[in-house]
Design a protein around this ligand. Structure first.
Ligand SMILES: Nc1nc2c(ncn2[C@H]2C[C@H](O)[C@@H](COP(=O)(O)OP(=O)(O)OP(=O)(O)O)O2)c(=O)[nH]1
Length: 198
């Protein structure tokens, strides 16, 4: 069975490739902003929003490619007050996001859904608890001099595998989840499906 990743995320592609997984990529071309707005209007919790978006992406591609096993994924940054951060639109918004994260904990929630023939067959949601140290204005500006626009595609405004590591005093959970995919449960299911050797 062919595995298709319904994602344009370089981070997700890199993780699967590095793990030795053979897959094809396809864009789900989903209007995420519209879907998020509708779900948030319904008061959907962050983990359920990530799950719903991952499913939307997987099903969109699976309808086009019913024979394949299609993997969709989504990541959400959830603050302790229940609010969520999207990807920053510009450098000023990235600075604002970093100020909101400064000195607090947040969760980076990554969901994955797999689908066959337009139907979900497996799903997982994983959370990483991120402890951000107090960030000075000087640090934020210097960090953005280094990382903007590189982080424009990252929810939370950081690349944990790069200078983003400087934001944190502690991370509880899987680094893979922070990078955008609950990789270990995904690999486990690929073994169940015989796509990876057990
Ligand atoms: N390289 C890297 N990427 C990160 C990190 N934290 C979050 N991200 C990225 C992974 C995802 O590409 C992005 C989350 O946004 P989405 O879940 O909407 O995925 P995206 O729109 O990028 O691609 P997709 O919707 O799957 O086509 O943030 C990190 O620490 N390092």
């Amino acid at each position: 069975m062919r595995l298709v990743l319904a994602s344009k995320s370089a981070s997700r592609r890199a993780m699967l490739t590095a793990a030795g997984v053979v897959f094809e990529s396809a864009s789900a071309s989903v209007d995420e902003e519209a879907a998020k707005a509708a779900l948030r209007a319904d008061g959907v919790a962050p983990r359920d929003l990530a799950d719903a978006l991952a499913e939307l992406k997987a099903l969109r591609v699976s309808h086009r490619d019913p024979e394949a096993l299609v993997l969709g994924s989504d990541s959400v940054v959830a603050l302790e007050d229940g609010s969520m951060l999207d990807k920053p639109a510009d450098r000023a918004e990235a600075a604002d996001h970093l100020r909101r994260l400064s000195g607090k904990r947040h969760e980076l929630i990554s969901a994955a859904v797999m689908a066959i023939d337009g139907k979900p067959v497996w799903r997982v949601v994983d959370r990483a608890k991120m402890h951000v140290r107090p960030l000075s204005e000087n640090f934020i500006e210097a960090y953005l001099d280094l990382e903007w626009p590189g982080i424009s595609g990252c929810v939370g405004c950081y690349r944990i595998e790069g200078p983003g590591a400087q934001l944190f005093t502690r991370i509880e959970g899987s680094q893979f989840t922070v990078l955008g995919l609950p990789l270990l449960p995904v690999l486990d299911y690929l073994r169940v499906r015989g796509i990876l050797a057990s």
